[in-house]
Design a binder for this molecule. Structure first.
Ligand SMILES: [Zn+2]
Ligand SMILES: [Zn+2]
Length: 218
């Protein structure tokens, strides 16, 4: 069992105007809303963070270890006006944007109604397993890097650069706009490095397996 934890993703989601998670208009608590919802319908009241399983009200909770599809998330995904959608190909649940209905933006790891951990899905099959030695070597090379210039001085030029886009709400992290994203794909056969630069020139480094495409016909 993972020890009880307090959630801070809730606050981050609430600061994002596109996120369907909103404070409830009446009676406290939180709701999921989206554009398709007609005024006659009640928004969906939720209690758990779908990212960490923590209670949105900060109450202690014990997070389950094994994944399952609980009846509450299944019935919400079957409801066409609920912003929760099931991705049949990847076998995972997503929450759709409040402002731009139809766009799946946030993957769900926990049921926001009962806090059950959701199954892993098939996404991992599309990526290489990261070699722990390679990961360690790359992390060592990047130790103490605090800017894009530091990263390039250590790793060389990136293989791909994506500019941040002012309208793209995915390109936001904790309220900070992403100026650009640099991908380093040739450092290891199994590890990709993605570095995001924010508007205050701070950076965040992500390590992931390499995309190997679909492992089965869809
Ligand atoms: Zn959380
Ligand atoms: Zn549930």
């Amino acid at each position: 069992m993972i020890p009880p934890s307090k959630c801070d993703h809730g606050g981050r989601f609430l600061r994002d105007p596109n996120h369907p998670l909103k404070p409830a208009a009446q009676g406290g608590g939180f709701v999921l809303r989206q554009g398709l919802l007609s005024s006659a319908q009640e928004p969906y009241r939720v209690t758990h963070c779908f990212f960490c399983g923590g209670r949105l009200d900060g109450a202690d909770v014990v997070v389950a270890e094994t994944g399952q599809i609980c009846p509450c998330i299944k019935s919400h995904a079957d409801d066409p006006s609920c912003p929760v959608k099931w991705d049949t190909e990847l076998e995972e649940f997503n929450v759709l944007s409040h402002e731009k209905p139809g766009r799946a933006l946030w993957r769900m790891y926990f049921c926001p109604w009962c806090g059950s951990r959701l199954p892993e899905g098939r996404r991992a099959e599309r990526f290489t397993q990261m070699s722990s030695e390679d990961l360690k070597l790359i992390r060592t090379r990047l130790e103490g890097a605090e800017s894009i210039a530091d990263v390039i001085a250590r790793l060389g030029e990136p293989d791909r650069v994506f500019p941040g886009h002012p309208d793209d709400f995915r390109m936001k992290y904790d309220g900070k706009k992403v100026l650009r994203q640099l991908d380093f794909l040739g450092l290891s056969p199994t590890v990709s490095v993605c570095v995001q630069e924010f508007e205050d020139t701070s950076i965040q480094i992500h390590y992931s397996g390499k995309f190997i495409g679909k492992s089965r016909p869809s």
